[in-house]
Design a protein around this ligand. Structure first.
Ligand SMILES: Nc1ncnc2c1ncn2[C@@H]1O[C@H](COP(=O)(O)OP(=O)(O)OP(=O)(O)O)[C@@H](O)[C@H]1O
Length: 600
């Protein structure tokens, strides 16, 4: 059969239902759409008639009659335009004018917004008088949008009035407080003044700091930025506000700020509000800020950002990501400027967000460069900056990644050298990056690498080595001779961290804490680790006690060895360490001392 050409049919009822009820997340946006139409009609009038000023939008809410009336003194519509634009879904003059004039002030584009009126209202009435036919006013009414009536009516002022007869479930929309909040949220930056009920005070009277006139002093601008940021941040005071440099490729305007609040490294309070063509789109576009900026907020406005059709979100297109990168750069540059010029603000930023910034600096080199010398890291001498730490450590960064006392730590304490608590926040990574950037040495304790550099091993006579090994070693241990300071530390027992991990993972109780998938993966890794040597003893040849052991009789040396070993063990004993028994260690120590005193 030859193919036939058919016209696609549209089920208007179904389409209205889907578009009207599902396009927007909240019915309140119907009001936003109508205000936006009124605004665009004012812009149209300005563009087409040259009239400038005296535009306004007035909203009357009647909660007794359950009606909302929105009146503008914009362009109005001719009879043909009512049919072509208002009564045709998906078509609008705003798009036509935006495309031909390239004017960026109009908000509408999709030709869908008016549809939302049918969702909240059982009846919609419109009176409109076009500036093109000012003697002619048209009355348009529809119940549900499927059928409409249009007729000439008594002449009125140029402009448009839309009356919504609310459906019962949306009666609450006619409450003044709700409308006030809605205008303040969505329309606060719209340039056409909006009045509510018979109040003569303009509701949308917020002045964006980037719209201040050229004569405004820098001091006033700064004050305005902070005030403006405070309005949008809500929960937290802004500590500083960073203006977005203008003349960028996206005509992006706005500001970013740092929140004045304490937080953990993982806290994510990113908060950004986006305006497109002066209309609020969303307050939840946190992806526009870099992931590391959990402490930052912002307000941005750009015509380069494209709203979705519901105008409740921003399309994640190429420009979105370009702008995101630009904002990250702006934030970093802003922080750099504050670090250089406003020391008290900078100190507050650092003190509030030190933990977060440690991680942030790890994920962005430029940020790292700005703050590497100012961020504090947790160490055994408290939270200090790395330059301060290095002065005390002798120019090397010593990092312990285990949250347990270890004998290496003991050695560091004895040497009065501070240790970085690398297991806290991003301290370990930060220190290693710092060392790399500044050509310094960073030693991680407990990793084989760190130890060999910590102790210079020394070869001794096999007989001496064997004697010491026989005296001091327990099961699964190896002995190395070394020299280190101070001499009053006779030996150190270093636990191999890989082996300790293997033991932990292979213990049955690990099952209770680690998910089974993760556990089997971890076991795959630990199977390869040989558990033969769990601990390594570094014997200090500088120590007079070790010298006494080498020279002493087998018996005296034996007592000394037990005492030394037990003493060192008890110093680092962990109460939760199930492998050793603290009491036994103390008894051994005490018995050995007694034996030595008795000269046995
Ligand atoms: N108050 C008004 N004054 C003059 N023209 C209006 C008014 N309200 C609507 N219109 C006309 O009706 C058209 C359709 O409006 P509608 O709200 O459906 O879509 P839009 O505003 O063009 O686009 P969007 O869906 O992006 O909001 C508008 O483009 C405009 O030409």
């Amino acid at each position: 059969m030859a193919s036939e050409l058919h016209q696609t049919q549209v089920d208007l009822d179904g389409l209205l239902e889907v578009l009207g009820r599902n396009l927007y997340s909240t019915p309140a946006v119907a009001i936003r759409e109508l205000i936006q139409n009124a605004h665009d009609a004012c812009v149209r009038s300005r563009l087409e008639t040259g009239r400038d000023g005296d535009f306004s939008i007035r909203i009357q809410a009647d909660s007794h009659r359950n009606q909302i009336v929105i009146t503008d003194n914009g362009s109005g519509l001719t009879y043909e335009e009512v049919l072509k634009y208002l009564a045709t879904i998906g078509s609008g003059y705003t798009r036509v004018l935006r495309d031909s004039s390239h004017n960026e002030d109009m908000v509408g584009y999709f030709g869908l917004g008016f549809l939302s009126a049918y969702v909240v209202a059982e009846k919609v009435e419109v009176w409109t008088t076009s500036y093109q036919t000012p003697e002619q006013t048209w009355y348009f009414s529809t119940a549900g949008g499927k059928k409409f009536a249009i007729s000439a009516t008594a002449p009125a002022q140029v402009g448009t009035t839309v009356k919504l007869h609310l459906r019962e479930e949306f009666y609450h929309l006619a409450e003044s407080d709700l409308l006030q909040g809605l205008i303040e949220r969505y329309c606060c930056l719209l340039r056409v003044p909006i009045f509510l009920n018979n109040d003569d005070v303009q509701v949308n009277n917020l002045v964006a700091p980037w719209r201040l006139d050229a004569a405004t002093s820098e001091l006033q601008r700064k004050k305005r930025r902070l005030e403006f940021a405070a309005i949008f941040e809500g929960a937290f005071e802004p500590l500083c506000a960073i203006p977005i440099p203008e003349n960028n490729p996206w005509s992006l305007k706005g500001l970013l700020w740092v929140q004045d609040r304490g937080g953990y490294a993982t806290s994510d309070y990113r908060n950004i509000s986006v305006f497109v063509r002066s209309m609020f789109i969303t307050g939840e576009c946190r992806e526009l800020l870099p992931l590391w900026a959990g402490f930052a907020g912002g307000v941005v406005e750009s015509v380069a950002l494209s709203p979705t059709a519901s105008r409740e979100d921003i399309q994640k297109n190429e420009r979105f990501y370009e702008i995101r990168d630009f904002l990250a750069e702006t934030l970093i540059e802003g922080l750099r400027t504050i670090a250089a010029n406003e020391s008290s603000v900078w100190r507050r930023i650092l003190s509030r967000h030190n933990q977060t910034l440690l991680g942030a600096a790890l994920s962005d080199d430029r940020l790292f460069e700005v703050m590497q010398n100012d961020l504090k890291i947790p160490t055994t001498i408290g939270d200090v900056t790395l330059p301060a730490y290095l002065k005390q450590s002798g120019g090397v960064i010593y990092i312990r990644n285990e949250d347990k006392n270890s004998q290496e730590e003991l050695l560091f304490r004895a040497q009065m050298k501070p240790l970085v608590s690398g297991y806290l926040y991003a301290a370990s990574g930060f220190c290693q990056k710092y060392a790399h950037w500044n050509h310094l040495k960073a030693h991680i304790l407990g990793s084989g690498d760190g130890e060999t550099k910590l102790f210079t091993e020394e070869t001794v006579d096999k007989a001496i080595h064997d004697k010491l090994a026989a005296l001091l070693l327990r099961k699964n241990e190896a002995l190395s001779c070394a020299r280190f300071e101070p001499a009053h530390v006779p030996l150190l027992v270093i636990h191999d961290q890989d082996v300790a991990l293997k033991k932990r993972i292979e213990r049955d109780e690990a099952d209770k804490r680690i998910g089974s998938a993760a556990l089997s993966l971890a076991r795959l890794h630990t199977q390869a680790i040989s558990a033969e040597i769990e601990r390594r003893l570094y014997v200090n040849l500088n120590s007079p006690l070790i010298a006494a052991m080498i020279d002493g009789t087998q018996e005296a040396a034996g007592h000394l060895a037990v005492a030394v070993r037990a003493y060192m063990e008890s110093l680092t004993h962990q109460v939760d360490d199930s492998d050793s028994n603290f009491s036994d260690e103390l008894k051994r120590f005490s018995d050995a001392l007694l034996a030595i005193t008795k000269g046995e």
